[in-house]
Design a protein around this ligand. Structure first.
Ligand code: XLS
Ligand code: CA
Ligand code: CA
Length: 437
C-alpha cells in the first residue's frame, strides 16, 4: 500500500536540478564542519501538522483531502502511521515528533485513552524497528480539550492539575518506550487572560511543582531524554508564563529547576515575543541551554503563529550560525513545526514544503560554516570590543576596576572616541556569502 504514489525517494540532485521532488542543497552524506549534513541538521517531521492538520482556519473548514481521511477513529490513526513512515522514508528524515493526541484519539475515559495510546505506541515501535527515523521528542497535548479551559498545570481547578499530571506521566512512559531523545513542555494554556481572577503566585508555584514531579518521575522510570521548555509569549493564552527564553530561565532558576531543562526555540514564537529567531538562539547559546529548535517562520504582517515552512535564507543562515557556534544541538534537532498554507491543498505539497525547509537549512548550514571559517563576525566583534582587551577595559572585564578607579580614569580621559558600528557594511558582506558560497 502506498499513500504518496506520485513521490519516490527524494534524492540529492544538486543546485542545477529542475526536479521539484529533489534536494538541491541537502546532501545528507556531505561533510560540513566535521559532520555529515544529516548529523548537523537532525531534521524532524512534526506529526501534527503533517498528518493531522487539514487546512482549517477560524473562518473556514478543512481544504486538504488526505489519503487517511476515508477512515475514522483508531483505523485512521493506524493508517496515519503507515503513511507517516512512508513519508519519513521518502524524505529520508532521521526524526519525527508528536503530541499524545496526534497519534491516538481520546477515549471516553482516561483508561480508554491510554489504551488507544498503547495500541498506537506498539504499532509505531514496530515500524521503528525497520525504519531509520527515530523519535526526537514527544509531548502531551494539554490545550485542545475543553478541560484545559483554565490551564493545565496552572489551572484554578486541582482536578485538571491531576489530570495533566497523569497525562505527562503517561507521556514520559511513552517517550521511554520509543526511545525519545527529548520531552517537550509547551504551555499553550499555562498563563492568564486577566489578573482580576488569577492567583499568579499560586499558578507559578503549581507549575514549578508540576515540573519537579515530572523530573522525579523521569528519574524513577529511567527516562533519560532531555527536558525542553518551549517558550511562546501568547496564543492561545493572552499572556503565557514561558514568554521567552529569558522568562522561562528566570522561572526555572527561581524554583531550582534549571539544571533539568533546556529550551526548544521556535522561530515564530521568537518573533511573537518581539525578538528575532537569532536573538532567542543566541540567548540560549550563551547561557548553555540551547536544546532543540522548532524550525519554521512567521509572517511579520500577521500577529499570530503562522507556522510556515522556513524558506528565508537570512534566517536559516543566522540560525545555523548560532547552532554551529553552540557545537550543534546535541540531542535536539530541527523539527519542522510547520504546515503548508491553506491553499496548498495537494498531498504532494507536504513533500515540496519539507524539501523547501530542508534545502533552506542545508544551504544556511554551508553559508554559516563559511562565515565561521572566515571569522567574519568574530573579527567584527574583536574589532568592535577591542577596548576591553587592554588598559581600563581589561581592568573592567578582569574584575580589577571599581567606581573609584573608573571615576579617576574618566576624569583624566575626557576625550571619548566612538567608532562606527558599520551595520550596512556587515550586511553587505553577509549578502556576498549568501550569494556566493
Ligand atoms: C504551538 C507549539 C506546539 C508545540 C508542541 O504553538 O508550537 O505545537 O511545539 O506542543
Ligand atoms: Ca512548536
Ligand atoms: Ca508555533
Amino acid at each position: 500500500m502506498t499513500y504518496f504514489a506520485n513521490v519516490t525517494k527524494i534524492a540529492y540532485e544538486g543546485a542545477k536540478s529542475k526536479n521539484p521532488l529533489a534536494f538541491k542543497y541537502y546532501n545528507p552524506e556531505e561533510i560540513v564542519a566535521g559532520k555529515t549534513m544529516e548529523e548537523q541538521l537532525r531534521f524532524s517531521v512534526a506529526y501534527w501538522h503533517t498528518f493531522t492538520a487539514e487546512g482549517a482556519d477560524p473562518f473556514g473548514a478543512a481544504t486538504m483531502t488526505r489519503p487517511w481521511d476515508q477512515y475514522t477513529g483508531m483505523d485512521k490513526a493506524k493508517v496515519r502511521v503507515e503513511a507517516a513512515f512512508e513519508l519519513f522514508e521518502k524524505l529520508n528524515v532521521p526524526f519525527f515528533a508528536f503530541h499524545d493526541r496526534d497519534i491516538a484519539p481520546e477515549g471516553s475515559t482516561l483508561q480508554e485513552t491510554n489504551k488507544n495510546l498503547d495500541t498506537m505506541v506498539t504499532m509505531i515501535k514496530e515500524y521503528m524497528k525497520t525504519s531509520k527515523t527515530k523519535l526526537l521528542w514527544n509531548t502531551a497535548n494539554l490545550f485542545s480539550h475543553p478541560r484545559f479551559v483554565h490551564g493545565a498545570a496552572t489551572s484554578c481547578n486541582a482536578d485538571v492539575f491531576a489530570y495533566s499530571a497523569a497525562q505527562v506521566k503517561k507521556g514520559l512512559e511513552v517517550g521511554k518506550e520509543l526511545g525519545a531523545e527529548n520531552y517537550v513542555f509547551w504551555g499553550g494554556r499555562e498563563g492568564y487572560e486577566t489578573l482580576l481572577n488569577t492567583d499568579l503566585q499560586l499558578e507559578l508555584d503549581n507549575l514549578a511543582k508540576f515540573f519537579h514531579m515530572a523530573v522525579a518521575y523521569a528519574k524513577e522510570i529511567g527516562f533519560t531524554g532531555q527536558f525542553l521548555i518551549e517558550p511562546k509569549p501568547k496564543e492561545p493564552t493572552k499572556h503565557q508564563y514561558d514568554f521567552d527564553a529569558a522568562a522561562a530561565v528566570a522561572f526555572l532558576e527561581r524554583y531550582g529547576l534549571l539544571e533539568h531543562f533546556k529550551m526548544n526555540i521556535e522561530a515564530n514564537h521568537a518573533t511573537l515575543a518581539g525578538h528575532n529567531f537569532q536573538h532567542e538562539l543566541r540567548w540560549c547559546r550563551i547561557n548553555g541551554i540551547l536544546g532543540s529548535v522548532d524550525a519554521n517562520q512567521g509572517d511579520l504582517l500577521l500577529g499570530w503563529d503562522t507556522d510556515e515552512f522556513p524558506t528565508d535564507m537570512y534566517e536559516t543562515t543566522l540560525a545555523m550560525y548560532e547552532i554551529l557556534k553552540n557545537g550543534g544541538l546535541g540531542k535536539g534537532g530541527l523539527n519542522f513545526d510547520a504546515k503548508p498554507r491553506r491553499g496548498s491543498i495537494d498531498t504532494d505539497d507536504l513533500f515540496y514544503a519539507h524539501i523547501a525547509g530542508m534545502d533552506s537549512f542545508a544551504r544556511g548550514l554551508k553559508v554559516a560554516q563559511k562565515l565561521i571559517e572566515d571569522r567574519v563576525f568574530e573579527d567584527v566583534l574583536a574589532d568592535r570590543y577591542h577596548s576591553f582587551t587592554e588598559g581600563i577595559g581589561l581592568a573592567i572585564v578582569s574584575g580589577n576596576a571599581d567606581f573609584h578607579t573608573l571615576e579617576k580614569y574618566a576624569m583624566e580621559n575626557q576625550r571619548i572616541n566612538n567608532q562606527s558600528g558599520r551595520q550596512e557594511k556587515i550586511k553587505s558582506i553577509l549578502n556576498q556569502y549568501l550569494l556566493e558560497v
